[in-house]
Design a protein around this ligand. Structure first.
Ligand SMILES: [Zn+2]
Length: 80
């Protein structure tokens, strides 16, 4: 189960045997504190909602690439 913040991810592997849309490069969003199957209680899995059709599945986290955190630098107002 993923316990971090919600993050955009990209799938690195072919999981079409589990869901026909899950080819390498498909994008989705990590869903914190969610498990979809018995596997989801393990640390190495995280629930991902894929952009293909909205299906949510437990995915091995090392098979995912995390999008960089957005850089808020220039637009941020510095604290005084
Ligand atoms: Zn799909």
């Amino acid at each position: 189960m993923w316990c971090g913040p919600s993050r955009k991810v990209k799938l690195d592997v072919d999981l079409t045997k589990y869901h026909g849309h899950l080819v390498p490069g498909v994008t989705g969003t990590m869903i914190p504190d969610r498990k979809c199957s018995m596997w989801g209680s393990q640390d190495r899995f995280g629930a991902v909602r894929f952009d293909c059709c909205g299906i949510t599945m437990d995915i091995v986290i090392r098979n995912l690439t995390f999008d960089p955190v957005p850089d808020l630098g220039d637009g941020a107002i510095p604290a005084k």
